[in-house]
Design a protein around this ligand. Structure first.
Ligand SMILES: Cc1ncc(COP(=O)(O)O)c(C=O)c1O
Length: 408
């Protein structure tokens, strides 16, 4: 029951001639089954329409940026009003001060904030400021974790010289002994540990850290007089309002934010504490579009919405319903699956599926029925999803599990 794809196919052919690879980066559908449309025409709430007019309940949320719904009226009105007054100007507007003040209020560990565009800008700035603060080079990162697409952190090495990745030491996420071992390898050149609030690497089960791991990393940093750097770009504001490890009583020295903080408008942020203030002043950080006012207006409106009505319990309730629904369907069709990580950022992998054949089949059948899921990347529940949307997704995935059960 494949959906109409004529316009998508035409655009793919045109794109192949004028865009490298036909599309690039994480939004290229090349690694995904054919059922995935490459091009969309619009989004509203948690719904997406592809260029052929097919509708989907979206569980990818633009790979994270959408948290309150596509086209959120208050957020988009705030951005549009500011856009009419001015966006990219010769200097910043008053909104940058207001937004920095708001961040310092909301993020417990923050004494200051600066703003950029992509998550990679913020993680790269965090690493530079950690090195400038400590005068040391080595940064610990968890094996396989994604921190962006700059030469120092991109997961692929085409076009990258090994020197760009010098001074990174890896450890296993969730394994304190391995972090300690990596720290002793870095010795007195340890500048900091960069870590995400939970392990959300593509293709593998997600891992939620326990308090001992979170506190242990903080202790290693303190023992070495090094800095704890949090990569909140993907999980920030979906696990908590403010820092994700506040629940463990752990505060990072620097935290990188991005994706959903302006509900889809282009903005990322770096927050830090007083110890890093001087280095943050000295490291040269800038970009032609970093000071745009409209995304800052959108971020203030997003933060106001999140403060007005805590959304994390809603995300957890919806995510839990989805997780139980998928487990019930998998059990009924005698298919073995694993669902890991926080329920509001679901990942579903199939047992005995080394080549992802089951995962791809399940995803393709679901997408074909109007549920935009992902076979190997974590998905995102948003505040725009309702229980009815979750039921709609489950209606689409039930026959998808049946298809997996029926074999190749
Ligand atoms: C954890 C994490 N850090 C950093 C980044 C980089 O963010 P951006 O793609 O906005 O540069 C991402 C993007 O997916 C991410 O998930």
């Amino acid at each position: 029951m494949a959906r109409e794809r004529r316009r998508d196919q035409e655009l793919r052919e045109r794109a192949r001639k004028v865009i490298p690879g036909g599309m690039y980066g994480h939004q290229s559908t090349r690694p995904l089954p054919d059922a995935y449309p490459q091009f969309f025409s619009r989004g509203s709430g948690c719904r997406l329409w592809d260029v052929d007019g097919n509708e989907y309940v979206d569980l990818m949320c633009a790979y994270g940026p959408m948290l309150l719904g596509y086209g959120h009226p208050k957020v988009d009105a705030a951005a549009a009003e500011q856009m009419a007054r001015g966006d990219t100007l010769t200097g910043p507007t008053d909104l940058i001060v207001e937004l920095a003040e708001r961040f310092v209020e909301v993020v417990e560990a923050a004494d200051w904030a600066l703003f950029c565009k992509n998550g990679t800008d913020a993680t790269s700035a965090a690493v530079a400021i950690a090195r400038a603060t400590t005068g040391r080079k080595q940064i610990l990162v968890a094996k396989g974790s994604y921190h962006g697409a700059a030469p120092w952190c991109t997961p692929f090495d085409t076009g990258i010289v090994p020197e760009a990745r010098a001074h990174l030491v890896t450890f296993e996420y969730g394994d304190l002994a391995s972090a300690r071992e990596a720290a002793s390898q870095a010795g007195d050149d340890l500048a900091g540990i960069l870590v995400s609030p939970f392990r959300h690497d593509a293709f593998q089960d997600q891992t939620e850290p326990d308090a001992a791991f979170a506190r242990g990393l903080r202790a290693i940093c303190d023992e070495h007089d090094a800095l704890l750097l949090h990569d909140e770009v993907r999980a920030g504001f979906r696990l908590a309002f403010g820092g994700s490890w506040t629940r463990f009583g752990v505060e990072p020295d620097l935290a990188a934010w991005g994706k959903c903080l302006a509900n889809g408008h282009a903005l990322s942020a770096l927050t830090g504490n007083d110890r890093m203030r001087d280095a943050a002043r000295k490291v040269y950080l800038t970009g032609s579009f970093w000071f745009q006012a409209a995304p800052m207006a959108a971020a203030l409106a997003t933060l106001a919405e999140l403060a007005r009505q805590p959304i994390v319990p809603t995300l957890e309730r919806l995510g839990q319903r989805l997780r139980l629904g998928w487990q019930e369907q998998a059990d009924r069709h005698s298919v073995r699956i694993r669902q890991t990580g926080p329920v509001q950022m679901p990942l579903l992998l199939f047992d005995d599926d080394p080549k992802l054949e089951k995962g791809n089949r399940w995803a393709a059948e679901s997408v074909d029925r109007g549920a935009y899921v992902h076979p190997w990347h974590n998905m995102f529940v948003s505040a725009a999803h309702t229980e009815a949307d979750i039921e709609r997704i489950l209606e689409a995935t039930d026959p998808a599990f049946a298809a997996v059960a029926s074999g190749p």
